[in-house]
Design a protein around this ligand. Sequence first.
Ligand code: NAP
Length: 309
Amino acid sequence: MTLRILLNLSPDYRALWHQPLASALADAGVSAELCDRPGGPVDYVVHAPNGPVQDFSTLPGLRAVLNIWAGVDKVLHNPTLDVPLARMVDPGLTEAMVEYVTAHVLRHHIGMDRDIANPGHDWVQRPVPLARERPVGILGLGVLGAACARALSALNFPVTGWSRSPKTLPGVASFAGEAGLHKVLSRAQMLVALLPETPATTEILNARTLAMLPRGAFVINPGRGPLIDDTALLAALDSGQIAHATLDVFRSEPLPKAHPYWAHPKVTVTPHAAADTRALTAVPVIVENIRRDQAGEPLLHRVDRDLGY
Ligand code: NAP
């Protein structure tokens, strides 16, 4: 039997994915036809939320949607989605997120901005604390949060993490629940948000929780824009409660030109570029999920609709 797989991707991604996916399926002994447009039955959709097809009901025979993004907030609530949905866990994406988070933590920790923007050419030597003296908090200890926690812990940062269910990660103090959130926030001089966007995590960083951070803390958000109450963050930046925010994700993307974040001297905007999915490392995950489904085995990284991630 030949499977029909719809590559529901933007044209630039389709160009990057088509050949590696076709080769990997052939290598795995899976007979498949890759199509770029719907029309007739389709077994699987390799899906990006910005792909052209948004109505899954037009795809008879569909068995599963295989998202190429780690976050599923843009597809989970699609009313035409009535088949299993898998999110992407891509080793390349994880590596990229570790690099992004580590880079921005080290940047703020060492205070690199002072030396990069030094218009007066001032020669001022300042003491820099060691990583061991700079507690980092990570909200979300899933695939990405745990990988960042391990990397930062290896650099000697005292890392505290928060997740829905408690975790056991070597060298990382892990907490759950409302009391746990308070513990993590109250000691985090750097806070990294790597939670999914769900009803339970929306605006988890608000006036009340931002006030729990030590004064002058740094916020790094590569998770999702709605995790933050933007008005509260801007107020906390202006009052000095938050020293700087590095933001990769926003409620509205691209971030509108008039948004106050662009011009704010204490905000760094990156264009949702912390960690992209790479065909090289993600294609094997897609192929393995197709193989598993065809063999009657459960999908890897299947999304729990009740939890929303
Ligand atoms: P994941 O493996 O599903 O991990 C999610 C983590 O969040 C888990 O530890 C989970 O707790 C925790 N969590 C979820 N809801 C919670 C709640 N209500 N209270 C406390 N903890 C909660 O996801 P991931 O692969 O690490 O990705 C995380 C997010 O990163 C994605 O959803 C996406 O939004 C974002 N992302 C951004 C980029 C980018 O380029 N900016 C790239 C990829 C991903 P449990 O462990 O107890 O389940």
